[in-house]
Design a protein around this ligand. Structure first.
Ligand code: P6P
Length: 280
């Protein structure tokens, strides 16, 4: 993971001269769409191929799946790795943060979040960090020059939340969610950057709530259960927070399809409890 992250970050940074020169760099569309029908960038494909090559060859890894591929790459016995190779790659254009999400399931995919044995996410920010959850603890690492250095060996959500970030558009929010937002926005500061990992890491750092809610136009929400909501929900719950699909832990959502979407709400327990009451 550490080696792969350096190569992906370098590839994203390699686009920088082209961005400075106004050229598309790896921002250019790769032509295809991903299984969720979203524009796939060359950077998405690059990160996906690198992750499959590096993670797929690890002893003990039996399957690889990604948000960018229709089906699971089967490699026999072992853990199933599910990744979002470059989450928020559309942020390349505005030169904003992006991430890589990885879930390690001890079950064939699609799997329940309860089958996760580890999960984490990488944030390509001013520095590259990885938040990795294992056995109920979240450790934050600095990743640089092929080395992972522990920055915080037990990351927990602050008790006094201060930020929120919600996806979707106000007119598309159901009334019950909009009513919750009215309450929350008078208590917390808006922090939304359009890349789940950047926004969730704000919540992990300052406390608060991130949501990509059920929308009137998309009751199932936007984010993918296997590749985004389960792994990131696992990290937030391991850091002492809560996850929800609006009714209960996102880790309990029944896995029916590899690319199924789910509404997702992540953050401090009391804020998620209030949200579930509002959505009742
Ligand atoms: P919107 C990025 O495309 C992504 O999958 C998540 O990283 C992010 O939270 C969400 O979609 C942003 O969606 O509708 O705000 O552009």
């Amino acid at each position: 993971m550490v080696d792969t992250v350096d190569a992906i970050r370098d590839a994203v940074a390699a686009a920088a001269p082209e961005i400075r020169a106004g050229l598309p760099g790896r921002r250019e569309a790769a032509g295809a769409e991903n299984p969720s029908g979203e524009q796939r960038l060359a950077a998405d494909e690059y990160a996906d191929e690198l992750l499959e090559e590096r993670l797929g060859r690890i002893d003990g890894v039996g399957a690889y799946a990604s948000e960018e591929r229709e089906s699971v790459v089967d490699a026999g016995e072992g853990y199933a790795i599910a990744v979002d190779p470059l989450d928020g790659s559309s942020n390349l254009k505005p030169n904003n943060v992006m991430g890589t999400i990885v879930g390690v399931y001890d079950a064939p995919l699609p799997a329940s979040g309860r089958d996760l044995v580890a999960a984490g996410y990488v944030l390509y920010g001013p520095i590259t960090t990885m938040a990795f959850a294992r056995e109920g603890t979240v450790t934050e690492y600095l990743i640089e020059d092929g080395e992972a250095t522990v920055l915080n060996e037990d990351v927990t959500l602050p008790d006094d939340p201060t930020v929120y970030g919600f996806g979707g558009r106000v007119p598309d929010w159901p009334d019950d969610f909009a009513a919750y937002v009215d309450e929350i926005e008078s208590e917390l500061k808006l922090r939304y950057g359009g890349a789940m990992i950047g926004d969730v890491n704000q919540v992990l750092t300052y406390g608060g709530v991130f949501a990509y809610p059920a929308l009137q136009s998309a009751p199932e929400g936007k984010l993918r259960l296997q590749f985004e909501c389960n792994p990131v929900g696992y990290v937030i719950e391991s850091a002492g927070g809560r996850s929800s699909d609006g009714t209960g832990s996102v880790l309990d959502v029944d896995p029916e399809d590899l690319h199924q979407r789910t509404p997702v709400y992540l953050g401090n327990g009391p804020l998620i409890d209030r949200l579930e009451s509002a959505l009742d």
